[in-house]
Write a protein that binds this ligand. Structure first.
Ligand code: CAA
Ligand code: NAD
Length: 314
């Protein structure tokens, strides 16, 4: 009974906000990697019914396990001394998430689709073209892209008025920020619904125009790239640069720890894309990062990047 009350209190809090925004109840998340799994989790924690799309059963299984790991951490924080409440929280949240590989079926009753697949315009275009044909009129589309233009992604759809950017941060369960991006065609109703949904799932929303990297990545990515160039030049070791930024600038992670955490492949996708567009040396990918990516060492998600990780702890 105590467990039910504790869980009920949490959901009551979320539901009271969600009710402001009752147009978004069914959410489809496409891509269940680092970001998609977190987005699905926070939506389900807030009472949304979530359908998560992945490419195959193996990936779905991995997504399920990372959601369970993260939910367990959240549950332990919420209900420290009450294993029954943790179990109930886990079960109730997981029951709101359904995994599938059937993209078209996954959007058929969706209020909001959040896309979180690889940072590649061609892949995102293919996906949005497909779902634009089958999703109902009411469905809002959003991309979690880190660096691509929301307008360019939306260009292949016939619903630019119902399209926006929802840029989450890793780890989604912990990071409080959500950048909400509107393109000139985004309607006021869509923008307001995206902002209200962001608040309903517990995020603090900021708005930015559709500019490369929005706010956070426009500042963060050049900093990460410069840290890697510092390493390329042999000015300091990765460990010392990380220590310096943690102890000298108060960052929770140093730049190499952070690149490993967000994925070195994602860093390269972002930097390469911006470099090709602007030829700005600020965005040149460092030799150290290129080498690691070529070797398949993408950071925490593959067990090795600048540092080695215990795979059992991922
Ligand atoms: N799921 C749920 N909870 C988690 C979690 C996860 N995946 N990861 C950490 N937590 C919780 C832990 O349970 C812990 O909770 P308590 O405080 O209640 O114990 C808390 O978060 C802190 O975790 P840890 O003690 O394990 O470790 P930490 O203090 O070093 O914090 C961190 C971990 C929150 C990741 C912190 O190191 C941090 O903020 N790092 C920087 C992350 C960052 O900058 N993210 C943005 C990247 S850029 C981006 O995402 C945009 C892009 O487009 C690339
Ligand atoms: P990831 O590599 O961890 O996950 C991508 C997932 O998408 C993979 O599991 C893959 O199987 C799946 N996928 C690929 N094509 C698919 C398709 N057609 N249908 C369904 N699933 C498909 O990548 P990530 O780090 O989660 O990044 C996803 C997006 O979020 C990218 O646009 C990235 O730029 C952005 N982003 C990343 C971070 C970060 O810190 N990593 C932060 C914010 C935004």
């Amino acid at each position: 009974m105590a467990a039910a009350n504790a869980t009920g209190a949490i959901f009551k809090r979320h539901f009271s906000v969600t009710s402001l925004n009752n147009i978004i109840q069914n959410v489809t998340v496409i891509g269940g990697g680092l970001m998609g799994s977190g987005i699905a989790q926070v939506a389900a924690q807030s009472g949304n019914t979530v359908t998560l799309v992945e490419v195959d059963a193996d990936r779905l299984k991995k997504t399920e396990s990372s959601i369970t790991n993260s939910l367990t951490r959240v549950g332990k924080k919420l209900y420290k001394d009450d294993p029954g409440a943790i179990k109930q929280f886990l079960e109730e949240t997981r029951n709101r998430i359904r995994g599938t590989t059937d993209l078209k079926e996954a959007v058929k009753d969706s209020d909001l689709v959040v896309e979180a697949v690889v940072e590649n315009l061609k892949v995102k275009h293919e996906l949005f073209k497909t779902i634009d044909e089958v999703a109902p009129q009411k469905t809002l589309f959003a991309s979690n892209t880190s660096s691509l233009s929301i307008g360019e992604i939306a260009a292949v759809t016939n619903r630019k008025d119902r399209f926006g950017g929802l840029h989450f941060f890793n780890p989604v369960a912990v990071m409080k920020l959500l950048e909400v991006i509107r393109i000139p065609e985004t309607s006021d109703e869509t923008y307001e619904a995206l902002m209200a949904w962001g608040k309903a799932i517990g995020k603090v929303c900021v708005t930015c125009k559709d500019t490369p990297g929005f706010v956070v990545n426009r500042l963060l990515i050049p900093y990460l790239a410069e840290a890697a160039r510092l390493l390329d030049r042999g000015d300091a070791s990765a460990r010392d640069i990380d220590t310096a930024m943690k102890l000298g600038a108060g960052h929770p992670m140093g730049p190499f720890e952070l690149m490993d955490y967000t994925g070195l492949d994602t860093a390269v996708f972002i930097l390469d894309g911006w470099y090709q567009k602007t030829q700005d040396p600020l965005f040149k990918v460092s030799e150290a990062v290129k080498k690691l990516v070529a070797e398949g060492k993408l950071g925490v998600k593959t067990g090795e990047g600048f540092y080695r990780y215990n795979k059992n702890k991922l």
